[in-house]
Design a protein around this ligand. Structure first.
Ligand SMILES: [Ca+2]
Ligand SMILES: [Ca+2]
Length: 87
């Protein structure tokens, strides 16, 4: 199930990279459904130790999703590791 989805995720990532060329904090690895926002479940895949409490801190406008801006702020504040910096 996951293996089948990987190709479409990679395709979506390539598309998103070409379209959204501005400062794009949201990684396609996190945003697996490609809606441009990370749900708690999506974030937990990349950040298994993420708690709902921390998620609530990150989701500053409280809509239940972390958008690009909130993601960037969270990385800046150290609430989340920078997904781009994997080394
Ligand atoms: Ca999403
Ligand atoms: Ca939000």
């Amino acid at each position: 199930m996951i293996g089948k989805d990987v190709k479409s995720v990679i395709l979506a990532a390539a598309l998103m990279t070409s379209v959204a060329f501005s400062a794009h904090a949201m990684s396609a690895e996190i945003d697996t459904d490609g809606d441009g926002m990370a749900s708690f479940a999506e974030l937990q895949v990349s950040y298994p130790e993420l708690t709902e409490e921390v998620f609530g801190d990150i989701d500053t406008n409280g809509d239940g999703f972390v958008d690009d801006e909130e993601m960037a702020i969270a990385v800046e504040l150290g609430n989340l590791a920078d997904p781009e910096t994997d080394s």
